[in-house]
Design a protein around this ligand. Structure first.
Ligand code: AP5
Ligand code: MG
Length: 222
């Protein structure tokens, strides 16, 4: 299965993709996580990306396209994958079409996770992430708190706040999403692969709804 998630910043793409990845045993490719790793490691892509991420705007397309060309062609993606955050504009979607054509593959399903704008800002500013790269568990101060304040339940490392999760950047990120990423809803709808899932309420319930959607429309085995 080749699944793609769309959704605004804070919609819960990472939360749901992580669960789906464990359930379907498919790699979860998050563009944001890959970029943040590149920034941390100081790779040329990371150095080039940082200033764009710090402004809440899109990193140049060629960086993402190169990154995903390499990942999608690797053997770990031979049985499928779950894309989160790529593509993020029409140019990237067209580049993905070409990549998939080269691999003689096609998307099985695009899930658009819908969440009311009023919930997004709280979700983004309250997010905390485990600083241990191999763990990277995600928490929320209010909606999914760790047992001990500031400490990861899974591995005991300190929790950190993403540098772009500050209140003052939320509006810029939402604006970028509306202008550049939202048009992908129509792009994939016209290809008859788009399905909408409500991203509000309990994460467990949202996950069940996503599984139902995939099962009905993409014939997965649960
Ligand atoms: P990226 O890392 O992709 O950020 P994003 O799209 O803004 O999305 P988020 O990761 O903020 O949200 P999410 O939907 O994953 O939500 P999550 O599950 O964590 O991109 C960052 C930057 O990288 C971009 O701004 C851009 O600069 C660059 N970039 C990335 N891809 C690019 C591309 N293709 N091209 C160019 N540039 C690119 O949940 C959020 C919080 O809410 C968590 O704390 C979670 O615990 C909580 N939560 C989740 N579900 C629920 C629920 N149901 N109820 C209550 N709380 C919940
Ligand atoms: Mg994410």
């Amino acid at each position: 299965m080749r699944i793609l998630f769309l959704g605004a910043p804070g919609a819960g793409k990472g939360t749901q993709c992580k669960r789906l990845s464990a359930k379907l045993k498919l790699p979860h490719l998050s563009s944001g996580d890959l970029l943040r790793e590149a920034v941390k490691d100081g790779t040329p892509a990371g150095v080039a990306a940082k200033s764009f991420m710090d402004k809440g705007v899109l990193v140049p397309d060629n960086i993402l396209i190169d990154m995903f060309r390499e990942r999608l062609s690797s053997s770990s993606c031979a049985n499928g994958f779950i894309l989160d955050g790529f593509p993020r504009n029409i140019a990237q979607a067209k580049a993905l079409d070409v990549l998939l054509e080269d691999l003689k593959a096609q998307l099985s399903c695009v899930i658009n996770l819908e969440v009311d704008d009023r919930l997004l800002s709280d979700r983004i500013t309250g997010r905390r992430t485990c600083g241990n790269k191999t763990c990277a568990a995600v928490y929320h101060l209010k909606f999914a708190p760790s047992k001990v304040d500031g400490i990861c339940d899974e591995c005991g490392s300190a929790l950190t706040q993403r540098s772009d999760d500050k209140e003052e950047l939320v509006m810029a990120r939402l604006k970028t999403y509306r202008e550049q990423t939202e048009p992908l809803i129509e792009y994939y709808d016209s290809k008859k692969v788009l399905h909408t899932a409500l991203g509000e309420g309990e994460p467990d319930q949202i996950f069940e709804d996503i599984l139902k959607t995939l099962n009905t429309n993409c014939l997965i085995k649960q």
